[in-house]
Write a protein of this length. Structure first.
Lengths: 382, 352, 273
């Protein structure tokens, strides 16, 4: 029998959509407003492999291809972007670096609890003086016997309030004028690992984004990801993969706002006709649909390249740059189509509108994406 | 009422010969008397059979099996059966489906009715397909219309997709032509004590196979907490109610009407009401006597689940909404305001 | 180990029906397919048995090639094997010929089955006939609209609510039940299950030659019924349109329909003042 990837991707979409609409749909607005993390839904997501999307089966994951991965994040985000964010960050920058760079012992120890969602993952790079500029990281790791002592503060950590395992980007103390960086796998029970207050953000409010403080936090050298692999290399690779997830998330938000707008435009009557019969609204819908489709093509291409193990850094950056812009524009038009109701918390588009903006900021701002893309253009031989 | 009783075998065959001479074609109605008096589908079918019989020159016959069935023979006669095939036996007291199928197969082969109609009760919907399979004939399910066409075939109108599509179905060659029919579709003929019928007492065949499914117990189901599927009154609300707070009035109105709350997908999606209230695809199908519909536009996934509602009162600002077209009473107004006004008025009237 | 067979139908997804608003008809060829909900409940019942006692589950479906999708979904949820009966002569079948074809396939592919579970009805044609006709065709005991059941040794005990009666039934295996949608809420397929359903699933497609059946016995030729016409009922009723202020409207509603509403709730709503 033919192996038909389209049928598989259709089923992945159907499966995740069914789950998202039934389990997240009814609570998405409430958890946004109350900024609460829905543990009861997370509990249901665990056995369905949402936390081991691309982790190999041997470690308890679903071992999905990257397009299936993107579809999963899209469909979660289409209903509840904050949970889409939790899942994509956990998978792409929480678990994936361990899968890719970890020693066998590290994989055996950390991947299974991540894959089953027993522990939620997080990735900590950003600091108050280091965001787009990874070189400015001030968190330090001081060697002491077989251990390292971590000190520093990470901010805007997605999943920060709920993570069980965090990957910490730090510089080795006294390693010279161009400090050597490493990524440390730190479990939340480790003494000196302190979770700060949950940030009060504009969107994605159901995700407990927080600061993490490290105060003389002692970590074994066994927890240095990949042994002596430079942190910067891990970080950059993680971000490439992370961008695919954020692009998928942005696309899902756009799709959610679009679907709501189509529905509303057919229901809402003005001048005795549904507003969808007016050309202006039709133009908006056509524009939104085209942008979403274009974004999706860019995204799936990046995914396909990744699965073929070809370079995909620039393509992932393009997908992230474009899909996040689409999310902002489409949700903006969505609010416009809804008129006054779109500005009210009664309707979902208001939430989509708030959630969309950050996709242009985190996991590399749009400006950084352009930098990545242009670097790829300019280094090509002509 | 006069009931002419005939003895089984010999006299029965005499009757058959007679009817063959007249070329009378029989329309059989299966006597489903469980839950009689509430379940009146057999009477409704007798009435429809009488109408069909005129078109094909047929005879309306009831077939009734059971233990202590005198009462039903009488009822069916008074409601239009010209002939009643009756089998009384103590093996038949608790409605054993398999035995009924075995018996009916034997008698249908013996008397060869042209048409066989059965009420689409739960019993009918298990019994009839099994019988049709044995007889290798066609069967349509839960019909809402029956007629005779130019070729004297029984045209059965069967719903699909929750009543959104109707199919006209015939069984061209195989006999009998069989249908299960939804209760409550046809009007019964008023009870008339002066009607008469010929009663054919059937004999319990020998060597009837043993029932393979054992009835361990059977009890009238206790009155459970009311389910929305079974509620007489359902108050459904949609996005047109305006907000979660305003939607609470739907609950208040339903409480006053001792009914249940229903909601559309967008409402459940926005958590104005819980998932258990969802009426439509992925939710419940309802069968109320009266359905109130507030601020619902009438998307197919909702309307497919309300086709069994007897009487619909819809309130919507948009007179052209699909829901308003489906309604018996279409109130053009703001759903929230009418809901409020109804609650107020009902409080007065119920107190009085 | 129990050998279970679940019959599964692919039906058009109602929420996605491409509905032609002008003619009121369904462009069925464009509709997305989905596993019939009641079939999904039957599969869930089988999966619970598998979890508890261990069982081998064969999911079987008859339909166009596209119906492969619901079999893969069944495997994703936990079924062990899928059989798709798909062949041109099988098309257009009524329940009589569907049950015939299914029976031949079950006899051939799973002759030593213990229990067949099917949904109590499908959302498209809504006949609820294939289950009961299949048990006749296979000459095995069975019951329809089963809410809950339990297997002990070689017997199955079933609870169901039919015509307002709570019945407890018992029969020997092999047998067939059609499962109601009251219990057995279907699980979600896991993503790893979906992945497996495409990478390592055992899905067989069989035609009439594989089953050794004559074309006359299956599909439209083997059917006793003929469909003359399919149409959308005229949805526009001659209805009573009421307008005015809320107070006027409510007064008019009660003036006209107090009996109707009152009898539904068993209360007298007449205004005697």
């Amino acid at each position: 029998m033919d192996f038909n990837p389209c049928m598989k991707h259709k089923m992945v979409r159907k499966t995740v959509r069914e789950f998202a609409e039934a389990e997240l749909g009814p609570i998405a607005n409430d958890i946004d407003r109350q900024a609460s993390f829905p543990w009861e839904v997370i509990e249901k997501m665990r056995p369905l492999n949402f936390f081991g999307l691309q982790i190999p089966k041997d470690y308890g994951g679903a071992e999905m291809d990257s397009i299936s991965y993107a579809i999963t994040i899209e469909e979660l985000s289409r209903v509840c972007a904050a949970i889409g964010l939790c899942v994509t960050v956990h998978n792409s920058v929480g678990a994936y670096p361990i899968q890719l760079f970890g020693t066998e012992a590290q994989k055996k120890r950390f991947l299974p609890p991540l894959a089953c969602g027993e522990r939620i993952g997080a990735f900590c790079l950003t600091e108050s003086n280091a965001g787009s500029d990874a070189g400015g990281v001030e968190t330090s790791a001081a060697p002491e016997g077989d251990d390292y002592i971590l000190n520093g503060t990470k901010i805007f950590v997605t999943n920060g309030g709920v993570c069980g395992i965090a990957l910490i980007f730090a510089n080795i103390e006294n390693s010279g004028p161009r400090p050597e960086s490493r990524v440390f796998i730190v479990e939340k029970e480790t003494p000196g690992f302190i979770v700060g207050e949950i940030e009060d953000l504009c969107g994605m409010r159901a995700n407990p984004v927080s600061s993490l403080f490290f105060e003389d936090c002692r970590v074994s050298s066994k927890n240095v990801l990949g042994g002596s692999i430079p942190g910067l290399r891990i970080g950059l690779t993680a971000l490439d993969t992370g961008r695919i997830g954020i692009a998928a998330q942005a696309l899902g938000i756009a799709q959610g706002a679009f679907d709501a707008s189509v529905r509303y435009s057919k229901e809402r009557q003005q001048f005795g006709k549904p507003i969808s019969s007016f050309q202006t609204i039709q133009n908006y819908l056509a524009e939104m649909a085209t942008q979403i489709d274009a974004g999706r093509l860019l995204l799936y291409r990046a995914c396909a390249l990744k699965d073929e193990e070809k370079p995909f850094s620039a393509e992932a950056a393009m997908a992230k740059l474009y899909c996040s812009r689409v999310a902002s524009e489409v949700t903006g038009l969505g609010v416009q189509i809804h008129g006054g109701y779109g500005y009210s918390k009664e309707y979902d588009v208001e939430r989509y509108f708030r959630d969309a903006k950050v996709t242009e900021i985190y996991e590399g701002t749009s400006e950084v994406q352009r930098m990545v893309i242009s670097r790829s253009i300019l280094t090509q031989l002509t | 009422m006069m009931i002419k009783s005939e003895a089984p075998s010999e006299k029965t065959s005499k009757t058959m010969n007679k009817s063959k001479k007249k070329k009378s074609r029989q329309i059989w109605v299966f006597g489903d008397y469980r839950n009689y008096f509430q379940n009146r589908v057999t009477l409704q079918l007798l009435s429809k059979a009488a109408e069909l019989a005129q078109k094909i020159g047929g005879e309306v016959c009831a077939v009734v099996f059971g233990n202590d069935i005198e009462e039903y023979i009488w009822e069916y006669t008074c409601h239009g059966a010209e002939k009643v095939y009756a089998l009384e036996h103590d093996r038949l007291s608790d409605y054993p489906i398999e035995t009924y199928v075995n018996l009916m197969e034997i008698f249908v082969r013996q008397y060869q009715p042209e048409i066989l109609l059965v009420g689409a009760t739960s019993f009918g919907r298990e019994f009839t397909p099994r019988l049709a399979k044995r007889l290798k004939t066609g069967l349509s399910a839960d019909c809402i219309g029956l007629d005779i066409n130019d070729e004297e075939l029984l045209v059965q109108t069967a719903p699909s997709f929750g009543g959104n599509l109707l199919a006209k179905i015939v069984t061209p060659k195989a006999r009998p032509q069989m249908a299960t029919v939804r209760p409550g579709i046809f009007q019964e003929i008023p009870h008339d004590n002066d009607r008469t019928s010929t009663v054919i007492q059937l004999k319990m065949p020998e060597n009837l196979p043993r029932e393979r499914v054992k009835m361990i117990s059977s009890s009238k189901s206790p009155s459970r907490t009311q389910k929305i599927e079974e509620a007489n009154v359902v108050v459904c609300g949609g996005r047109g109610m305006g907000s979660k707070t305003k939607f609470k009035k739907i609950f208040e109105l339903a409480r006053l009407l001792t009914g249940e709350v229903g909601a559309t997908r967008p409402v459940v999606y926005s958590s104005w009401a819980g998932h258990e209230t969802l009426v439509g695809q992925a939710g419940k199908n309802i069968n109320p006597k009266v359905l109130f519909s507030f601020g619902i536009s009438g998307a197919i996934q909702h309307t497919a689940a309300i086709t069994n509602a007897d009487f619909i009162i819809a309130v919507n600002k948009n007179p052209n909404a699909m829901m308003m077209k489906l309604a018996d009473v279409a109130v053009v107004a703001d759903a929230n305001q009418i809901c409020t006004a109804l609650i107020k008025e009902l409080r007065n009237r119920i107190r009085a | 180990m129990l050998k279970l067979v679940t019959c599964i139908k692919q039906v058009p997804m109602v929420s996605e029906l491409p509905w032609d608003a002008k003619t009121g008809t369904l462009k069925r060829e464009l509709a997305e397919g989905m596993m019939n909900p009641a079939c999904k409940h039957a599969l869930e019942a089988a999966l619970l048995l598998k979890n508890r006692h261990g069982a081998h589950i064969t999911a079987i479906s008859m339909g166009p090639p596209m119906a492969e999708e619901v079999l893969r979904e069944a495997v994703a949820m936990g079924a062990d094997r899928g059989i798709l009966l798909s062949d041109y002569p099988m098309a257009g079948a009524d329940t009589l010929s569907t049950s015939y074809t299914l029976a031949r396939a079950i006899e051939k592919e799973c002759p030593d089955f213990d229990l067949i579970l099917s949904g109590c009805y499908t959302n498209d044609s809504e006949t609820a006939q294939v289950g009961p006709q299949l048990l006749e065709e296979l000459n095995i005991p069975g019951a329809t609209f089963v809410d809950q059941f339990e297997i002990k040794g070689n017997t199955i005990r079933m609870n169901r609510t039919v015509d307002e009666y709570l019945e407890i039934l018992e029969m020997d295996l092999p047998g067939l039940i059609t499962v109601s949608t009251h219990q057995y809420n279907p699980r979600y397929a896991s993503l790893s299950g979906v992945e497996d359903a495409f990478n390592r699933a055992d899905i067989t497609r069989l035609g009439i030659d594989d089953l050794g059946i004559e074309p006359e016995m299956t599909g439209i030729k083997g059917s006793a019924t003929r469909i003359l016409d399919v149409y959308s009922p005229t949805t526009e009723k001659k209805n009573d349109v009421i307008t005015g202020s809320p107070k006027q409207i409510v007064e008019e509603l009660f003036a006209k329909y107090d009996d109707k509403i009152g009898s539904a709730i068993g209360k007298d709503l007449k205004d005697y003042e």
